[in-house]
Write a protein of this length. Structure first.
Length: 176
C-alpha cells in the first residue's frame, strides 16, 4: 500500500496516464484516492491538494473512497471534514465504502487502520458517506467493496440499507 510522492511531477504523470487510459478505453476513468500505511516520502503537497490537482490537470471524475479517507485521516491525524472541504466534491461520480481492521506496526509502537475490505462497514464510514451526500448535488453511485470473508447475504443487504439511510440523511441535511 505504498503511495507515490505527492508532488507536481506525480500530478503531471497521473494526468498523462489518465489521458492515455481514456484514449485506450474511449472514456475518461475515475481517479480514486488510495489508502496508505505510510506518508509518501518527498511529498510537497497535502493529500487533498494532490488529489484536486490531478482532477484539474486530467479532467477526470473522482471515485471517492470514504473508507480510504477515514483510514488515512485516522492513521495520519488529519481532519476528514477539512479534507472534504478542500477537494472537488462536484467531481465525485462514485463512492466506495468498505470495512477494515487495526494492525500493529512491526515495532509494536503504533497501530494502523488497514483498509482490507474483509470487515463490515463501520459507523465513521457511514458518517462520511452522509457528509458527502450533504455537500453534493449530483447523483452518487455507492459501491460496497468486499474482497473476501463474505458474510451471509442478509448482512450485506443490511450494510446496503445503512448506506442508503446515510445518503438519505445527508440529502435531508443539504435540503434544510
Amino acid at each position: 500500500m505504498d503511495a507515490p510522492p505527492r508532488t507536481e511531477a506525480s500530478v503531471e504523470g497521473a494526468a498523462r496516464n489518465l489521458q492515455k487510459a481514456a484514449g485506450i478505453v474511449g472514456t475518461m476513468p475515475l481517479m480514486e484516492n488510495i489508502a496508505t500505511l505510510m506518508e509518501p516520502p518527498c511529498s510537497t503537497l497535502s493529500e487533498p491538494a494532490w488529489v484536486s490537482n490531478i482532477l484539474a490537470a486530467s479532467g477526470c471524475g473522482f471515485l471517492l473512497d470514504v473508507r480510504n479517507l477515514h483510514a488515512n485521516a485516522t492513521n495520519f491525524g488529519f481532519d476528514q471534514l477539512q479534507y472534504l472541504a478542500e477537494i472537488r466534491l462536484d467531481r465525485v461520480g462514485c463512492i466506495h465504502i468498505a470495512g477494515g481492521r487495526w494492525i500493529e506496526a512491526p515495532d509494536g509502537d503504533k497501530h494502523y487502520l488497514l483498509d482490507d475490505h474483509l470487515q463490515a462497514v463501520t459507523e465513521p464510514v457511514y458518517d462520511l458517506l452522509s457528509e458527502v451526500a450533504a455537500r453534493t448535488v449530483q447523483p452518487l453511485i455507492v459501491v460496497l467493496e468486499r474482497d473476501g470473508a463474505y458474510p451471509p447475504m442478509p448482512e450485506l443487504l443490511e450494510e446496503l440499507d445503512r448506506a442508503r439511510a446515510a445518503l438519505a440523511a445527508g440529502r435531508r441535511r443539504r435540503a434544510v
